[in-house]
Structures are given as structure tokens and as C-alpha cells.
Design a protein around this ligand. Structure first.
Ligand code: BTN
Length: 232
């Protein structure tokens, strides 16, 4: 099967951010770098991406302009990591965790009729220093994953995802719900500047999180900060 990304892989030793670099290109491509000097996370945060410690990858595509692709990509990555033996789970909306620690972050951005999906997967780190309580790598989970093999699998998965969109939505949604570790957790969310507590109840048909607040009211969040507090 033709893979639209494998036909145009841009490999770099160092870049500011593979997401930024992907937007510098006009047509479908994949950008992979050994190291990012300004890796971007959600909410303006930085994403630590040290030299050859993980897969730092972005794809640019112009066919499907949907913010739902973050969730769809989460399903793709979760499945691949599980195939490698990791007990991967999806932390709504865009993290993949193992044992409650982040192993992968996904940042989907849209600009000028193009979507960039950036994926950072921690592979070989042994020490995250002050992030040790919240971050992990395949190595720390005693799993070795070859970066080149993973790149090939991820590009195949993303290529298939675009072919599946939107007809296989039910399949992706079902998997997302099954593997989402945010459900039934007590969480804190930002609503109009206030932080409120509630229980994550469900994922709706647009991959939004349905939360029951402590006063019994129901709110739906399509992204934004969502802090997990612990099991209710
Ligand atoms: C997050 O955790 O908030 C999202 C992190 C996304 C990180 C990846 S690494 C490859 C791509 N390039 C970036 O600058 N960010 C994404």
C-alpha cells in the first residue's frame, strides 16, 4: 500500500521543533529529528526531547482538517505501543501513559489549511530528573523498541488512520474509550478561569470528555487542561 508519508521523510539531526519544521513545508511530509531544541507541548509548554532518546516526529497533511485527529492519533500510538508489550493507556485528550506516567505526547496543530500532528515517544531515557514522578520511557518499562522500526510502524498507522477517517470512527472511539484511563477518575478542570472538581464520566461521539461536577451539573470539554487528582 502506498504510504504518503514514507514517500517524503525529512530527517534532521537537530531542529527547533519538528512541528514548526513541518509547517515550513508545503505538502504532505514527515519530519523526524534526533533532537529538538524547542520541542512544543500543549498549552505553550516545552516538551523535553533530548538527542536520540526517543522518536520526535511530525507529519503534515492537507486532506483532513479536523481537531479530532489528536484522539485518532492517540489510538494509533496506543495500539502500536501495546503491540510492543507496553501497558499503554490514553490520558484524555492527548497523552499516552504507562503505569500512570507519560510515555508519549501528541500535539496536533492547524494552520493555513494544513494539519501537523506531532508525536513524541520516550524510548531510551533512564532518568527524567524532576519529572521522574510523571514521565517514563520504554526503557524504564524494560522494553526495547528500535526507533527505525517504530517510525515505520507509526507512519503506517497514521497513513491508515487517514484512510479510515471518518468511516471507521466507531472503531477508533470504542478503542479510545476502552483504553482511556481518565474515565471514572476525579479530575480538576479549568472553567472560565476557575478550577473545578468533577468525575470524568464518558467520552462523547466527538471524543470530548463528559464531566460531572461536584454540584451535579454536567460539562463537556473538547480539550484544555485537565488535571487528574486520583481515584474517586
Ligand atoms: C504534549 O505533551 O503536550 C504534547 C507533546 C508533543 C511533543 C511532540 S515531539 C514531536 C513534535 N514536535 C514538537 O515540537 N512537539 C511534538
Amino acid at each position: 500500500m502506498e504510504n504518503i508519508f514514507k514517500n517524503n521523510i525529512i530527517r534532521l539531526k537537530e531542529v527547533d521543533s519538528t512541528n514548526l519544521e513541518a509547517f515550513r513545508h508545503a505538502s504532505t511530509c514527515a519530519v523526524v529529528a534526533d533532537c529538538q531544541t524547542a520541542g512544543k507541548g500543549r498549552m505553550g509548554r516545552t516538551f523535553v526531547s533530548e538527542n536520540n532518546q526517543g522518536l520526535w516526529l511530525s507529519i503534515l497533511e492537507t486532506d483532513i482538517l479536523s481537531s479530532e485527529l489528536t484522539a485518532w492519533a492517540g489510538v494509533v500510538i496506543c495500539k502500536i505501543l501495546r503491540k510492543h508489550g507496553l501497558e499503554a493507556q490514553i490520558k484524555w485528550p492527548n497523552d499516552i501513559q504507562v503505569n500512570g506516567k507519560k510515555i508519549c505526547g501528541i500535539l496536533c496543530e492547524m494552520k493555513n489549511q494544513a494539519v501537523v500532528i506531532g508525536i513524541g515517544i520516550n524510548l531510551y531515557q533512564e532518568d527524567f530528573k524532576d519529572l521522574n514522578s510523571i514521565a517514563t520511557s520504554a526503557k524504564l518499562c524494560n522494553i526495547f523498541i528500535d526507533k527505525e522500526i517504530l517510525l515505520s510502524e507509526v507512519l503506517d498507522g497514521l497513513n491508515q488512520m487517514l484512510l479510515d477517517y471518518p468511516s471507521k470512527k466507531e472503531v477508533y472511539l470504542q478503542y479510545f474509550k476502552e483504553k482511556c484511563n481518565t474515565l471514572n477518575q476525579e479530575i480538576a478542570i479549568q472553567i472560565e478561569g476557575d478550577v473545578k472538581k468533577g468525575i470524568a464520566k464518558d467520552i462523547d461521539n466527538n471524543f470530548r470528555l463528559i464531566i460531572e461536577l461536584s454540584d451535579g451539573s454536567i460539562v463537556t470539554k473538547d480539550s484544555g487542561q485537565c488535571l487528574t487528582l486520583g481515584n474517586p
